[in-house]
Design a protein. Structure first.
Length: 260
């Protein structure tokens, strides 16, 4: 990467960090512009009032959109890494799993039927595809499944979508979830395959994640959180096809409930 590219990446990193922290404080989404690229992102969790000393079930929703200023197909996102606050927790013990090859050729409805018990989230993806006749917008409902355990015992998720225009393409992407140390507890790594043989770019992703289930006579939750310092942090790193890197952190406020 050239010195100019490194300098621009550093500026984008600092600018996005400030924008996303401000967005968390104001409740508004973040807007970042880099050359012809426009990125908007936001997320929230419910409930926002949480215990200080124990974990409570939550639901998370988030969205990100990628566009170009001139209306052309935006630069393709190739990789995203997201770290989640140490005061968040993932619970998969007793939850059925779904492997990518089980749904690799399935439609949305078929995948949701085959692995119904492993669903932990839903949403939507959209893409812009370059054709000789002009850009085409295509999309699909998104389903998030609890995936199989990695050899090291760490959990995974499987993202499934099924695009039918201009041609049929099914995505069943295995997403590793790594336990890390420090102020963040989990790292999620998403590597995006080419869309429409490289002619497509992701333009929108919307997700709602949360699942309650029972195991060994106890009610459990796929995601839960506590509120020890009034803030839940998320850190993201996004790499695009042209070498652009956008990174930053989101801070969302929570309210600590009185201790019981």
């Amino acid at each position: 990467m050239s010195r100019a590219r490194l300098s621009r990446a550093a500026l984008v990193l600092c600018g996005l960090t400030l924008l996303l922290v401000a967005a968390g404080a104001s409740g508004r989404g973040a807007l970042v512009e880099v050359d012809n690229l426009v990125l908007r992102a936001d997320g929230e969790f419910q409930p926002t009032a949480l215990p200080r000393d124990r974990f409570q079930a939550i639901e998370f929703s988030g969205h990100a959109s990628i566009a170009s200023k001139d209306g052309s197909r935006p630069v393709a996102l190739r990789k995203a890494i997201v770290d989640f606050d140490a005061d968040g927790r993932l619970g998969t013990r007793g939850l059925p799993s779904c492997a990518p090859d089980q749904i690799a050729n399935a439609t949305v409805e078929e995948a949701r039927q085959i692995c119904a018990n492993a669903i932990v989230g839903r949403g939507r993806i959209e893409a812009v595809i370059s054709l000789s006749s002009g850009p085409l917008e295509s999309g699909s409902p998104l389903t998030i499944f609890n995936g199989p355990r990695q050899p090291n015992g760490m959990p995974t998720a499987v993202l499934h979508a099924h695009i039918t225009s201009p041609g049929t393409q099914t995505f069943a992407i295995l997403v590793p979830i790594e336990r890390i140390r420090g102020e963040f507890r989990y790292r999620v790594t998403l590597e995006l395959p080419p869309i429409a043989a490289g002619l497509g770019s992701l333009s929108l992703i919307e997700v709602e994640v949360g699942r309650r289930f029972s195991f060994e006579g106890k009610r459990r939750s796929y995601i839960s959180a506590r509120c020890r310092d009034s803030i839940l942090r998320t850190r993201g790193w996004f790499a695009f096809e042209d070498g652009t890197v956008i990174a930053g952190a989101v801070e969302k406020f929570c309210r600590a409930l009185p201790q019981r």
